[in-house]
Design a binder for this molecule. Structure first.
Ligand code: PMP
Ligand code: GLN
Length: 386
C-alpha cells in the first residue's frame, strides 16, 4: 500500500488517550487527561435533553443556530465590552479543536510561519504542519513563566502569518499579564499578522485575575479570532461545542474550512449552550472559585509530598517538579510508575514541547471531586512515604 500522510502518521496516539487507557487498566485515579469528574449545570443538560426530544434534529445553519450566535455575541459584550455582530462575526463549531483546525486550514498558505509559545497544547503542531505552516517556537520557563520579549520579537518575521496564543495557558497554567498582551499585540500589528486566541479557559482564572481577551487590545479587533468552548465553561467536555468570534473578513476563511469539515454541530447542544452563556455572573465566578479551592487543596497535598509545585494562575492543571521525590527516571517513566505502583495518573509534560522539553515535570488535572483529590494524595503518600 502507498504510504499515508507522513506528517500525521509520524505522531503516536495522544498522551491523553495513552495515559487514560493505562489508568483504566490499572484502576488508577486519572488526573492525566483534562476533564472534570462532575458534569456541568443540570439546567443546561436538561435543556439539551428536552431540545433533543422536541426537535428538530436536522442540520442547523452552517454558522450555528441564531440563539447561540446571539448568545456568544452577548457574552462577549457582557464580559468584555466587545461589540459583536452575531450574524457576520460568530461561528459555532464542533469544539474549540475544530475552530483551531479551521483557523489553520483557512488562514495558512504553505510556507507561512506560525509563532507558538511552548509548552503548548498537543493538537497545535500537527494541525499547523499539516496545513503547511512552519512553526516558530518561543519557550516560557517555570517557575514564573515570564514572556521572553526579545525571543518573541525575533520569532516574528515578514513571513509570519499568525500567532497562536493560549490564554489562560494549558499546561503552564499561566495567565498573561496585560502588559505581555500589549507586547504581543504590537508585534502582531507590526507584522500584519493574525492572532488565533485559544481562550477556552477564559472563565477559569484565579486570585482575582480577570480574563483579558487579546481581541480587546488596541488594533486587535480586526486581527484576532477569539475561541471559546462549552466543554470548559460548562464542564461538559464530551459535548464538543466551540465558538469563534472574529471580524467578518477574518471569520470568512475559517468558516470555509468549517463548511467542508463538519458543516454543523448538534442543534440540541447548541440550544443548551446558548442558554448557559446567558447565566448570571455568579455562575462564571462560581466556576473560578470552585476550581481555585480545588487548586489550593491539591497544591497543599502535593507540596506536603515534596513536589515542586509551580504557581497555577488559571486552567485546571497543576505543573509540578517531581525531582525532590528522588525518582530515578524521566517524566514518562514517572507517570507510568505512579499509575502502576501508586494508582494515580498524571501526564508527562515533555509531550507539550516540539523537541527537547524538560523531563522532570508532570501535569495533574485537579477538576475532580475533593474526595478524589484527597484519595490521590493519600495514595501518593503511601507509595512515596511508605
Ligand atoms: N485548547 C486547549 C488549550 C485545551 O486544553 C482544550 C481541551 N480539550 C481544547 C483546546 C479543546 O477544546 P474542545 O474540547 O472544545 O475541542
Ligand atoms: N484538553 C485536555 C487536556 O489538556 C484533553 C483533550 C483530549 O484528550 N484531546 O488534557
Amino acid at each position: 500500500m502507498k504510504q499515508a500522510n507522513n506528517i500525521l502518521s509520524g505522531y503516536g496516539t495522544t498522551v491523553f488517550e495513552v495515559m487514560s487507557r493505562l489508568a483504566i487498566e490499572h484502576q488508577s485515579i486519572n488526573l492525566g487527561q483534562g476533564f472534570p469528574d462532575e458534569d456541568g449545570p443540570e439546567d443546561v443538560r436538561q435543556l439539551a435533553a428536552d431540545a433533543l426530544m422536541a426537535g428538530p434534529n436536522q442540520y442547523p445553519p452552517m454558522l450555528g443556530i441564531p440563539e447561540l450566535r446571539q448568545a456568544v455575541a452577548a457574552h462577549g459584550q457582557h464580559h468584555y465590552g466587545l461589540d459583536v455582530d452575531w450574524q457576520t462575526e460568530v461561528m459555532v463549531a464542533s469544539g474549540a479543536t475544530e475552530v483551531l483546525t479551521g483557523c489553520m486550514l483557512g488562514l495558512i498558505e504553505p510556507g507561512d510561519e506560525v509563532v507558538l509559545i511552548e509548552p503548548l497544547y498537543d493538537c497545535y503542531l500537527p494541525i499547523i504542519k499539516r496545513a503547511g505552516g512552519v512553526p516558530k517556537m518561543v519557550r516560557i520557563e517555570p517557575p514564573d513563566w515570564t514572556l521572553p520579549r526579545e525571543a518573541l520579537a525575533a520569532a516574528f518575521s515578514g513571513k509570519t502569518k499568525l500567532i497562536l496564543l493560549n490564554n489562560p495557558m494549558n499546561p503552564a497554567a499561566k495567565v498573561f499579564t496585560d502588559d505581555e498582551l500589549s507586547f504581543i499585540a504590537e508585534l502582531v500589528i507590526a507584522h500584519d499578522a493574525y492572532a488565533v486566541c485559544d481562550e477556552v479557559y477564559e472563565h477559569i482564572a484565579f486570585d482575582g485575575r480577570g480574563h483579558t481577551p487579546l481581541m480587546t487590545l488596541p488594533g486587535m479587533r480586526d486581527r484576532a479570532i477569539k475561541i471559546g468552548s462549552a466543554g470548559k465553561t460548562f464542564s461538559l467536555t464530551g459535548w464538543k461545542v466551540g465558538y469563534a468570534t472574529a471580524a467578518p473578513e477574518v471569520l470568512a476563511p475559517v468558516a470555509k474550512a468549517h463548511q467542508f469539515v463538519t458543516f454543523t454541530t448538534p442543534p440540541n447542544l447548541q440550544k443548551a449552550v446558548a442558554y448557559g452563556l446567558g447565566k448570571d455572573d455568579a455562575y462564571f465566578q462560581g466556576l473560578s472559585d470552585e476550581m481555585q479551592a480545588k487548586r489550593d487543596r491539591f497544591a497543599v497535598g502535593l507540596n506536603k509530598l515534596g513536589f515542586g509545585v509551580i504557581d497555577c494562575q488559571g486552567t485546571y492543571f497543576m505543573f509540578a517538579d517531581f525531582r525532590p521525590l528522588g525518582f530515578d527516571g524521566d517524566d514518562v517513566a514517572f507517570c507510568q510508575h505512579i499509575t502502576t505502583e501508586a494508582g494515580v495518573t498524571a501526564v508527562p509534560v515533555s509531550a507539550f514541547y516540539l523537541e527537547n522539553g524538560p523531563k522532570h515535570f508532570v501535569r495533574f488535572c485537579f477538576s475532580k471531586k475533593n474526595e478524589v483529590l484527597d484519595a490521590a494524595i493519600d495514595r501518593l503518600e503511601k507509595h512515596f512515604k511508605g
